[in-house]
Design a protein around this ligand. Structure first.
Ligand SMILES: C[S@@+](CC[C@H](N)C(=O)[O-])C[C@H]1O[C@@H](n2cnc3c(N)ncnc32)[C@H](O)[C@@H]1O
Length: 297
């Protein structure tokens, strides 16, 4: 997939909150198509070990990673959601393409944000219907799936990414979501560093209720994106190491934002013990990143 400076549903007209609905109505043909084709274009197949495969329903013999050579349309023609299919030595359950399935089975390249931190961002930023969200960098589109799931058809999602090979993976993941879910937001994607594409972003969307930055270096991106926040809007940073967190905090204050929350989320999974009872499962107790949320007042 080739990406120009702005490649998805770009419109040169500046959008305010009040005309988002009209904008969507006029241009969001991809989403209307999605409503029509959702259950016919992609299938989700779950292995017993939890591995999830997201398979495009194309009527062609092809090699599918992890499953082998098959024709998805012919293989799944009589397999309904909830039924099992055998492929080689594997027994797989067909499931609907909901957020956890598309996230578990997504294509990956850059390190992704998962449900633990994405759910927190969605809640702390207060994301919901009609919001306009700016996200940089898009990476593999892991966080983008969560954002797109909650914005609704009048929401606007703007993504930015300098590396075309990352954007290609992310946009493929969002193409799947668009085909599987009704009522997704308008999506604009810009190729480049956030700091270099601000005029292009502003020619499409004049302000945002939320900005999310998952970048190796936050300060310059905070400096250019904080002025694009609406009053009361929030900016979130994803910082794998503490030095990034500290620099992000300082940059937010320099940009006139009020830091509301900074810290780390711990997640501890429990399971059933072999001799009865419940206990924390064996396995690493991992760190993902430090999170920061700041508000424009
Ligand atoms: C860790 S990845 C983001 C992963 C993403 N949050 C996800 O869940 O899939 C960080 C991305 O930021 C991009 N990036 C680095 N500097 C950037 C900048 N100044 N503006 C926009 N994107 C940038 C990188 O190319 C990389 O793809």
């Amino acid at each position: 997939m080739k990406h120009s400076l702005c490649c998805l549903m770009f419109k040169s007209e500046k959008k305010t909150k009040s005309d988002v609905g009209l904008f969507t109505e006029n241009l969001n043909t991809t989403r209307r198509l999605a409503a029509h084709v959702s259950s016919e274009t992609w299938a989700v197949l779950l292995e017993e070990n939890g591995k999830t495969h997201v398979v495009e329903l194309v009527d062609k013999q092809q090699k599918i990673k992890g499953l082998g050579v098959l024709n998805p349309v012919q293989l799944l023609a009589n397999i309904k959601v909830g039924q099992m299919v055998v492929i080689g030595q594997k027994e797989l359950l067909r499931l609907p393409a909901r957020l956890p399935e598309l996230s578990n089975g997504m294509k990956r390249r850059a390190q992704t944000i998962g449900s633990k931190d994405a759910g927190f961002f969605v809640a702390k930023l207060g994301l919901g219907a009609n919001d306009r969200v700016l996200e940089a960098g898009i990476g593999s589109g892991g966080l983008s799936l969560y954002i797109q799931r909650v914005l609704g058809p009048n929401g606007v999602h703007v993504t930015v990414e300098p590396r075309a090979e990352h954007a290609e993976v992310a946009l493929e993941n969002l193409r799947r979501a668009s085909a599987c879910w009704d009522g997704g937001p308008q999506h604009h994607h810009f190729e480049g560093h956030l700091e270099g594409v601000v005029p292009s972003i502003q020619s499409a969307v004049d302000e945002f209720e939320a900005v999310v930055l998952d970048l190796p270096d936050h300060p310059s991106a905070i400096e250019v994106s904080a002025p694009m926040l609406s009053i009361g809007g929030r900016l979130a940073c994803y910082c794998p190491v503490t030095s990034q967190l500290e620099r992000a905090w300082e940059a937010c204050e320099d940009a006139g934002l009020v830091v509301e929350w900074a810290g780390e989320l711990m997640q501890r999974e429990w399971g059933r013990a072999s001799k009865g009872g419940m206990r924390p499962v064996n396995g690493p107790f991992g760190h993902t990143a430090f999170l920061l949320v700041a508000q424009r007042r």
